[in-house]
Design a protein. Structure first.
Length: 138
């Protein structure tokens, strides 16, 4: 497994894990590598500092990059979901069921559900997952 440091045209940096260099190049040619922050395809490799760790070393980040705090990660995730998922509001359960049954075209959706609707979706085998909606003070 090879881990490459990648960067999209919007300068978002992220890691990509590939079987080998050929797998990276093949996925890049097919525009399959997308930025997890903005969703843009066409990421390029960026130089990365080598990291050598021994058993005696502590796992602290001493690199030159800005560290990604949990708050920043949640903001990136929320921005990605807002940009790439259609908001169906309280109709989430209904729309998810229609997509699952082939009555609507497959697409990324977001919205809200009741605990009863979530249980029904689970019983019917409809895949979904919950992401907390963050409210920021500033």
């Amino acid at each position: 497994m090879i881990i490459y440091d990648l960067q999209c045209k919007q300068n978002h940096e992220f890691e990509g894990w590939f079987k080998d260099r050929a797998a990276f190049e093949q996925q890049q040619e097919q525009s399959l590598i997308t930025c997890p922050v903005c969703g843009e395809a066409g990421a390029e490799m960026v130089p990365s500092a080598p990291s050598i760790r021994t058993r005696d070393m502590k796992t602290s980040d001493t690199g030159h990059r800005e560290s990604l705090t949990p708050l920043k990660a949640m903001r990136h995730l929320q921005a990605f979901v807002e940009k790439n998922f259609d908001d169906v509001g309280e109709a989430f359960s209904e729309v998810a069921m229609k997509i699952h049954n082939g009555e609507e075209d497959a697409k990324n959706i977001r919205g809200t559900t009741t605990p009863q609707e979530e249980e029904l979706l689970r019983e019917k085998g409809v895949p979904f997952f919950k992401i907390p909606v963050m409210k920021y003070d500033s």
